[in-house]
Design a protein around this ligand. Structure first.
Ligand code: PGA
Length: 257
């Protein structure tokens, strides 16, 4: 039985003070939903403040990216050893980092490995762009991204990895993939690929999220799909009410409420 997950990626929103105020409210509204893995992923500068505030609350913390090296002359970057102890999860390969920060499939693999080596759980994000989707290349793109991300990852390490399928055309656009579209990639391509690489037991336990304009009004239909275990959520995770509704809906649709 996979535990559903709602992870809120705040991107470049909220100051440290705003982030702290937000999580203090969130503790009240979602603290009791232990059936759902709840993760907040604020900008780096908010991590030091909210991580102690959330200790013992059951709400986990994540970082939005990590550098692929342990340390070095990389101005502006943050390494896995720096995040160790402060976060549980780290998003790797978000399409915005692929687009604006030059993150390639090979770097996704390196970032995944260094995160695991430092005890962080990667949320590996993959997904096709609009032109790739329209050209019928969705399956091929997702396959290549995932296979490269998982190169030389052991079965033991795979147990600590979360996958997020985020069609780029659905991110921040208000255009959500239909539940059937999302299920066909997550259940028809991604999980079978993990079965091929790691076998049924590990693949059956792997948490796979959908991301791309997931909101309270479309969350239930997406989460009712057999292979969709939760959401990586941008816009709708910035409001306490919406975040709370998403967690409640995740519990209800998986019959855990
Ligand atoms: P969105 O972002 O929910 O605002 O579309 C999702 C994401 O980028 O993870």
């Amino acid at each position: 039985m996979r535990k559903p997950m709602i992870a809120g990626n705040w991107k470049m929103h909220k100051t440290p003070a705003e982030a702290l105020e937000f999580v203090n409210e969130l503790k009240e509204t979602i603290g009791r939903f232990e059936q759902v893995s709840r993760v907040v992923i604020p900008p780096y500068v908010a991590l030091a403040g909210i991580s102690p505030a959330l200790r013992g609350s059951g709400i986990k913390v994540g970082a939005q990216d990590v550098h692929h090296a342990e340390s070095g002359a990389y101005t502006g970057s943050v390494s896995a050893p720096m995040l160790k102890g402060m976060v549980d999860y780290v998003i790797i390969g978000h399409s915005e980092t692929r687009e604006y920060l030059g993150v390639t499939d090979e770097l996704v693999n390196k970032k995944t490995k260094i995160s695991l080596a430092n005890g962080l759980k990667p949320i590996v994000a993959i997904g096709e762009k609009l032109d790739q989707n329209e050209a019928g290349r969705t399956e091929e793109v997702c396959r290549t991204q995932l296979e490269t991300a998982l190169q030389n990852i052991t079965p033991e390490q795979m147990e600590n990895i979360v996958i997020a399928y985020e069609p780029v055309w659905a991110i921040g656009t208000g255009k959500t993939a239909t539940p059937e579209q999302a299920q066909s990639i997550i259940g028809g391509v991604i999980r079978p690929l993990i079965i091929n690489l790691y076998g049924h037991d590990i693949a059956g336990d792997t948490i796979i999220l959908y991301g791309g304009s997931m909101k309270p009004d479309n969350c239930a239909a997406l989460m009712r799909q057999a292979d969709i275990d939760g959401g990586l959520i941008g816009g709708a995770s910035l409001k306490v009410d919406d975040f709370t509704s998403l967690v409640r809906i995740a519990a209800e649709t998986k019959h855990l409420a």
